[in-house]
Structure formats: structure tokens, C-alpha cells
Design a protein around this ligand. Structure first.
Ligand SMILES: [Zn+2]
Length: 440
């Protein structure tokens, strides 16, 4: 019986030969573990006539079956590979589509998360002696806040558990305990800076050197800071580090100090980028991120389709790590918009809106127009008379090559629609299409 649990190895600075040999070993162990322990994959392998003895190296990964959110939602317990008494924690998936699914974790899985965040933090220059404000939920069965806390514990930095629920609490913690770094969703970090400035505390003078940004991209496809990223960096006079993760992957990809995309933790995950027919795409091309998280013992997955669109980067990173990187998330497959033959993601619209100083909040509504074409309405908040809807429409049309409807409302009205105490991030996308592409 396979009993090996999580092992850390610090592969990032090893030679390509060492990384490749170790990854093969970890991958083969992963497949053997699934075949020995996972009811879901035992059935899947039998059904698809996969004999794991034919699998020799990690290059055989693309021949194995894909797993999607529907598989998990339909048979979550079938994925569990340990006796239930070994489960010490579960994280609920964010439930982007459908009901949340509990991702059950063992103690070794929590160590794995901690190691992942430790190497991410070290890549961002965080060390013992840093004071880090976690402006992310640690409760309600979220994974991210827990993982950050465990990672900081391994580094020996001070974790200030602010949570994401209360701006006044965060402002007071920042003012009183002077964090050297803050982790949070970019829009929350923007509002925090504004709140501090509004109460006479200059955010640029508070000693915050680093912002770790989750949930919303702060870089564009070319890896330069986006308008939102730029604004944040200026407001805080701090360095920005983007990070991408999801509960099901149980893995995060984080910018190093070079800011060239999120490094792939080589011992923890294999990443593939696939086109809309499920075929592998070369580095540099945008496609769906498919992740095989390694060394998970509770509910390990094989080739999990994240539904996120991103680009893989294999060129050397100036930081010296030998691991490839994943660019920012460009959009979600299910949110792809199709307007008169042109396809794009809501993020393309958001990026333009974030460049416009007068915009105070925004959201997007999508309706069916006719077959294979969507009607897109951009609703922006702006103080009366400060924003010209037609000029904004021109600006969007220049960037998208199609013209969406633009509606300007008072900022309070927009905020009512986008903010909810239940949600970690503002809701900016409302899909009223009868049939979306998510079921693909
Ligand atoms: Zn790097």
C-alpha cells in the first residue's frame, strides 16, 4: 500500500535534469496513488482501459482523462483516498458555478499548502521579521487565508489575521501594527488605501513594502502592471506580486521579485494549457489551464480543468528559478463573450475601465441577442457629469473592436449591485444568457 506523504524538495533552483527526474518520480507516484486509492479514478481508468503500467514518464500525462467541476460536484466522496478519520479540514470550493463542494484535506495536505505559500512568500522577498496583514478570510471554509497563515508560520513572519470582512478593522490594524506586507484582493487594497488616506493616514508613509494580490489580475497579458496594478502600486508606493490559485488545484502560482508571471511550484503541480478542443497549446498561447496537483493525499485530482484562461511562459526568469511561469488569468471560459463574431473576456472591458480615473465601480451584464451573439451592457459608476458615456463607448470600441452599450449610474447604485458581505470579491459580471459556454 502506498503510504508516502508530502515531501518538500525546493526544486526551483535545481538543474533542469534534477527537476525533470524528480517530477517524473512524483508524477508516477501520483498515478499509482490514484490507481490504488481513488474510487473515482479506478472506475475511470477501468472504463477507459488505462493500464498504469503503460505510463512511463510525465510526457504521458496528456493521454490521461480530464476531470472537471461537474465530476467533482457529482461524486465528491468518490475522490476521497483516505479513511474519513484522517480528514482534518475541508475547504469549500468558491462555487463559481453550482453548489460548493467540500475539498477534504489531511494533515499532510495542509503541510503541502504551507510549503507552497512559504516558497511563494520567499519568492516575493518576505522573511522572518516581516509583519504581514492577511486581508483575506480565514474562516467560512476558505482555503486561501488558511494557506497564507500556515505559510507565514513556516517562515516565522508575524501574521496579522485581519480577514476580509471589515474595512475599519483592517484600517485600524494597519495603522496600529504597521504591516510590512498586505495580502488581499486588489479592489479591497484600493479601498483600504483610500480609507486610510481619508482619515489622515498617508498609506505611502506606513512602511508597507509589498502587496500580495489575489483573486484579480494585476498584470496584463504582456506581464506589465495593469492599470489597476499601477494605481495600487502608486497609492501604497509598494511592490506588487500577483498570485493565482484555486481551491480544487490546492496550489498557488506566485510572482517572484522579477514580476514575470507566477512560478509553477515544480514538486506540487503539472500545468497544461489546452485549446477549446482539448489539444495542448505551446508556451505563449492563451488557453484553458489544466492542473494536476501532485502530492495531495485527501482528494487528489488528475488533469483538472480550471476553466481559467492563461498563458504559459517558459523563457528564463531573471530571478534564477528554473521553473516555468503562468501568466495572469485573462478570463474564465464560461464568461467568454461573443459579439458579432468577435470573442473576448470581461477582463478586456475591466482593463479599459480601470484606466479611466472618473470610474467609481462597474459591472457587466450579458444577455442573449441572437444565436451565437451576446448583448453586452457596461454599467459604470460616476459622479454626475464627470463621465461621458459616448466617449467611454468609443474608448471600449477602439479596444474591443465591437461597441458595447454603456450606462452611467451614481456610484452608490453600482456599489449596491456589486458588493455583498457574503462575497470575497465585488461581483462585476452578471450573465443572463440562457445558455452559457460553461457546460462545454
Ligand atoms: Zn522568477
Amino acid at each position: 500500500m502506498i503510504t508516502k506523504t508530502f515531501q518538500e524538495s525546493g526544486l526551483a533552483f535545481q538543474s533542469p535534469e534534477v527537476i525533470s527526474a524528480r517530477r517524473n518520480e512524483i508524477f508516477l507516484h501520483h498515478v499509482a496513488y490514484l490507481a490504488a486509492r481513488s474510487p473515482f479514478y479506478q472506475h475511470k481508468f477501468a472504463k477507459e482501459k488505462i493500464d498504469i503500467r503503460d505510463i512511463k514518464t510525465i510526457d504521458d500525462l496528456p493521454g490521461l482523462p480530464l476531470t472537471d467541476k461537474a465530476d467533482l460536484a457529482g461524486a465528491a466522496d468518490e475522490f476521497l483516498c483516505v479513511p474519513p478519520e484522517q480528514v482534518v479540514d475541508f475547504c469549500l470550493t468558491s462555487g463559481t458555478t453550482g453548489a460548493p463542494v467540500p475539498l477534504q484535506q489531511t494533515a499532510a495536505d495542509l503541510q503541502r499548502l504551507a510549503f507552497n505559500e512559504e516558497i511563494s512568500f520567499r519568492g516575493a522577498g518576505i522573511a522572518s521579521g516581516d509583519r504581514v496583514l492577511i486581508a483575506v478570510a480565514l474562516d467560512r471554509c476558505f482555503m486561501a487565508g488558511l494557506a497564507y497563515f500556515l505559510g507565514l508560520l513556516r517562515i516565522g513572519a508575524l501574521a496579522i489575521r485581519g480577514g476580509s470582512g471589515s474595512l475599519p478593522v483592517l484600517a485600524e490594524l494597519a495603522r496600529r501594527y504597521r504591516p510590512t506586507a498586505i495580502i488581499g484582493v486588489p479592489t479591497l487594497l484600493l479601498r483600504l488605501a483610500e480609507r486610510l488616506a481619508g482619515s489622515g493616514n498617508d498609506p505611502t508613509a506606513m512602511g508597507v513594502k509589498r502587496l500580495i494580490c489575489i483573486g484579480e489580475p494585476v498584470r496584463d497579458r504582456g506581464l506589465a502592471l495593469s492599470a489597476l496594478g499601477d494605481r495600487l502600486a502608486n497609492l501604497w508606493q509598494a511592490s506588487l506580486y500577483g498570485t493565482y490559485a484555486s481551491t480544487e488545484m490546492a496550489t498557488s502560482f506566485s510572482d517572484c521579485c522579477a514580476g514575470r508571471g507566477g512560478h509553477v511550484p515544480a514538486e506540487l503541480v503539472a500545468v497544461e494549457i489546452l485549446d477549446d478542443k482539448g489539444r495542448p497549446l505551446p508556451a505563449g498561447e492563451a488557453g484553458e489551464v489544466v492542473a494536476t496537483p501532485f502530492q495531495v493525499t485527501g482528494m487528489p485530482l488528475l488533469r483538472f480543468r480550471t476553466g481559467d484562461i492563461a498563458v504559459f511562459h517558459e523563457d528564463p526568469c531573471p530571478c534564477g528559478r528554473r521553473t516555468p511561469r503562468l501568466g495572469p488569468v485573462l478570463g474564465r471560459l464560461s464568461q467568454m463573450l461573443k459579439v458579432r463574431g468577435t470573442t473576448f473576456f470581461p477582463q478586456s472591458i475591466f482593463s479599459v475601465l480601470e484606466e479611466v480615473e472618473e470610474v467609481r465601480g462597474y459591472y457587466l451584464e450579458v444577455f442573449d441577442e441572437f444565436d451565437l451573439s451576446d448583448r453586452v451592457r457596461v454599467v459604470v459608476g460616476a459622479t454626475d457629469g464627470t463621465l461621458d458615456a459616448k466617449a467611454l463607448g468609443d474608448r471600449l470600441a477602439a479596444s474591443l473592436r465591437v461597441r458595447p452599450e454603456v450606462l452611467v449610474l451614481p456610484p452608490e447604485e453600482v456599489q449596491l449591485k456589486t458588493h455583498s458581505a457574503e462575497k470575497r470579491k465585488p461581483m462585476t459580471f452578471f450573465d443572463y444568457r440562457r445558455q452559457t459556454l460553461s457546460g462545454r
